[in-house]
Unconditional design. Structure first.
Length: 519
């Protein structure tokens, strides 16, 4: 009797699975017919809107800072798995508050391509391979409404259907309580689970997945579509609204408010306009993701300037330990910096890592240094965000780092932070490193600068980047550089040299010339 019951259960399970698969195909086919996806090989569309600068907000509880998307055009070819996108960014009416190279002076042009597994940029006629962006640009093709339908219906996609009733949100697309919706899920590139919501009108209204991020791990990545219009027989959304990270800032406590990353008001769409056929440039075919390179320069006794990339670090030697200032970008860069520090000062642990501010490009290696055994020194406003969101217990499945794979004991129990309010000193009785809160900085709340009083060296990130030698200075200094000058004066620091975390070592006289001050 037991065998018969088990056999019946197996048959029912298999029948149920087949029914679900059939239902998924039926839902997809209905949406394809309604949207015109079944006869669509490619599409070109244009629009305007805004871009949110991910990880660059002034306060980590703010939304991503926005700049104007004054021009946008994109051509997607679903058959060749290619996309060509042009963006023109302006500061527009958005107040330049935060990072992301704000304010934008004039226009910033972005001309990007992907063809199957190859990605590149056109920077004023110069072809720049972008192998690290290829996977996400390819993923983005299937996160458009018609791309999702075609991808889910492709041979071997094996879509899964979940039918559910969705409760009302505080606003937006889900404002109607208890809607019946279909969610269809399939894998892209064998790595990304892509979930699409299809409403009762047979439109794809939301597509969601996760992407790897060196600060947030498996970062929520989603797009919402509304205001559907007819373009030559194809239904296409008039509004694209994209999120990067969760739209949960209304749920207290709010440790990280950033989420709105892109908004496009579609002006026109031309079905089956494939544009110029793309071919992969020869330099792109052979390009690989570069290995981080660190150059070590001793700029004072026991003070090492670690460069070799776009983002720098500074290592300061004490009697029994090392303090590292900044762990930028990602784990690969951080591990290369740790190796350089160990080579320059063998046998001494990195006891502290000083974090200048919370912007993602300066925070991406902090988990790696924490795993290395360093306590994090940061401004007090950052502590809850770092504790709850950055040093997270959540598994990283897409690009697992060392902290995710091999969490140490102190991950849960040990010494993790020293926080700075206005001023903090790291000292062993012989050498002193002073940290100061950069008051009123337009670049970031919770910004720290570091100062070595014996060496008279000031270390800072982003608020002053010396231009290359021989380059003409701007007519007007940036507000953040002037703010740095004001803070140096207020704290009474005697600075002779700058070791900036972008750019090059310069003198106090160079800085005064830049900010147009006599002293």
């Amino acid at each position: 009797m037991k065998k018969q019951i088990l056999g019946l259960a197996t048959v029912l399970a298999l029948s149920s699975g087949a029914a679900w698969a059939q239902d998924a195909q039926s839902i997809l086919q209905a949406a394809a017919e309604n949207m015109g996806a079944d006869n669509l090989s490619c599409i070109s569309y244009t629009g305007t809107g805004y871009v949110g600068l991910i990880g660059q907000q002034w306060d980590h509880r703010d939304d991503w800072p926005r700049v104007e998307l004054s021009e946008f055009s994109r051509t997607i070819n679903y058959d060749t798995k290619s996309s060509h996108e042009i963006r023109v960014l302006r500061q527009g009416d958005y107040v330049p508050r935060g990072g992301g190279r704000q304010p934008i002076l004039g226009e910033r042009h972005q001309n990007t391509f992907v063809l199957d597994n190859f990605a590149w940029d056109d920077q004023g006629g110069d072809i720049v391979p972008a192998p690290s962006n290829a996977e996400l640009r390819q993923l983005d093709i299937w996160m458009t409404p018609h791309g999702f339908i075609r991808g889910a219906m492709a041979p071997g996609a094996s879509p899964i259907l979940i039918t559910r009733h969705e409760g009302g949100a505080l606003g937006g697309l889900s404002s109607i309580p208890q809607r019946r919706i279909h969610m269809i899920s399939f894998m892209v590139m064998g790595k990304y689970r892509v979930n699409g919501t299809i409403n009762e009108q047979n439109y794809v209204e939301r597509i969601q997945t996760r992407i790897p991020n060196p600060v947030r791990g498996d970062l929520n990545w989603e797009a919402e579509f509304s205001q559907w219009r007819d373009f030559n027989g194809v239904q296409f959304p008039g509004l694209f609204h994209h999120h990067g990270d969760w739209d949960d800032e209304t749920q207290a406590p709010n440790y990280n408010g950033g989420h709105n990353r892109l908004n496009i008001n579609v002006e026109n769409a031309v079905p089956n306009d494939c544009g110029e056929a793309l071919s992969v440039p020869d330099t792109v075919k052979t390009a690989t993701i570069p290995t981080p390179h660190v150059e070590t320069e001793m700029i004072a006794a026991g003070v090492y300037y670690l460069t070799g990339g776009s983002h720098h670090s500074v290592a300061v030697e004490f009697d029994e330990y090392i303090t590292l200032i900044e762990a930028p970008q990602n784990e690969a860069r951080a591990l290369a910096v740790v190796a350089a520090v160990n080579a320059a000062m063998p046998g001494k642990p990195i006891r502290y890592v000083v974090n200048s501010h919370h912007h993602f490009d300066h925070l991406g290696g902090i988990r790696t240094l924490f795993h290395e055994g360093a306590a994090i020194i940061t401004h007090i406003t950052n502590r809850d965000f770092y504790k709850q969101e950055v040093l997270s217990y959540e598994p990283w499945t897409l690009a697992p780092d060392r902290l995710s794979l091999y969490p140490p004991t102190e991950f849960a129990e040990g010494y993790q932070f020293e926080t700075v309010d206005m001023m903090h000193t790291v000292s062993d009785g012989t050498r002193s490193l002073q940290l100061y809160y950069l008051q009123g900085s337009p670049h970031s709340e919770g910004m720290l600068i570091a100062y070595l009083p014996a060496e008279k060296i000031l270390i800072e990130a982003d608020v002053y980047t010396p231009p290359p030698a021989g380059t003409a200075l701007p007519d007007t200094p940036s507000a953040q550089s002037v703010n740095l000058y004001d803070n140096i004066m207020a704290y009474g620091l005697d600075v002779e040299r700058f070791a900036p975390l972008h750019g090059r070592v310069v003198t106090w006289a160079d800085f005064l010339e830049y900010v147009q001050k006599d002293n």
